[in-house]
Design a protein around this ligand. Structure first.
Ligand SMILES: NC(=O)c1ccc[n+]([C@@H]2O[C@H](COP(=O)([O-])OP(=O)(O)OC[C@H]3O[C@@H](n4cnc5c(N)ncnc54)[C@H](O)[C@@H]3O)[C@@H](O)[C@H]2O)c1
Length: 261
């Protein structure tokens, strides 16, 4: 069982690798013997991720790459000789109700969270096809099916990522490339850390999740790692929800006298 995943010797490109989920994915893939290209938008974030992976015994190369920069992505894809795995995890969230949202804010978020995923998928598809068992995993969100209020185009971007992945699965299946999304619920990462610093938000968030706690980035990285491996060889076009049951709590939020508490 020590090499159950069978990922040793493969190469992965991970975006958002300086962040919570991206870095956890990089740590798990590298621990499984995968050489990881770690991409993020600043040298500080990239360097920190590379040293964390290498200090734990993994193999990694860093690259500063903004996922909205089409030519930088194309150049990077051409400079890499091999890629079996692509993990799209670069993303952001910004506040704003749709009725008041500026067009520029709408465009800016979609450019990173949706177009950025597309640009990466398109640029690395030739490598994934050449691999013979290529796998893309895109981090979506349960907000792709549950509108996340006051978050501008965030939910729209995630819904777009889910259907983009399904289309890629259809188009690339015969070429030996799988495409899946992982939809996390609540995860404590640099993106969300500020919320947890306010009052009793951390406890209230833990209590809102049936499993009893908000996710750690590793909870999501485990699912991603499985999907990248041949153990998931018959899984493509799927959206795997990893939310501790949080999206199943809707019917329990309404009063129903005589039925439990
Ligand atoms: N944290 C959560 O609760 C949660 C829940 C569901 C989905 N997600 C999604 O998971 C993914 C990872 O989020 P996270 O929580 O680890 O956030 P994070 O902020 O910790 O990491 C995201 C990383 O993406 C990078 N990034 C942002 N814009 C970029 C750009 N233009 N080019 C290159 N890199 C860029 C950031 O620098 C950051 O390091 C995101 O797509 C996010 O929407 C997060």
């Amino acid at each position: 069982m020590s090499n159950w995943l069978g990922l040793s010797g493969r190469t992965a490109v991970v975006t958002g690798a300086g962040g919570g989920i991206g870095k956890a994915v990089a740590m798990e893939l590298s621990a499984a013997g995968v050489h990881c290209y770690l991409l993020d938008r600043s040298a500080d974030l990239v360097d920190a991720a590379v040293s964390e992976v290498t200090q734990s015994g993994g193999s990694a190369t860093g690259a500063v790459c903004d996922v909205t920069d089409e030519s930088a992505i194309e150049k990077l894809a051409k400079s890499i000789t091999k890629c079996d795995i692509l993990v799209n995890a670069a993303g952001l969230v910004r506040p704003g109700a749709l009725a008041d949202l500026q067009t520029a804010e709408w465009d800016a978020l979609l450019k990173v969270n949706l177009t950025g995923y597309f640009l990466m998928a398109r640029a690395f598809t030739p490598h994934l096809v050449a691999s013979g068992n290529g796998s893309m995993v895109h981090i979506a969100s349960i907000s792709s099916t549950n509108p996340q209020g006051s978050s501008g185009a965030y939910s729209v971007s995630k819904a777009g990522v889910v259907i983009m992945s399904k289309q890629l699965a259809f188009e690339l299946g015969a070429k030996g490339v799988r495409s899946n999304t992982v939809s996390p619920g609540l995860v404590r990462t640099p993106m969300t850390e500020a919320y947890y610093q306010v009052g009793d938000v951390a406890q209230r968030r833990d209590a809102a999740v049936p499993i009893g706690r908000v996710a750690k980035p590793e909870d999501i990285a485990d699912v991603v790692t499985f999907l990248t491996s041949d153990r998931a060889r018959y899984v493509t076009g799927a959206d795997i929800v990893a939310d501790g049951g949080f999206a199943q709590t809707l019917m329990s939020s309404v009063p129903r006298p005589g039925f439990g508490d």
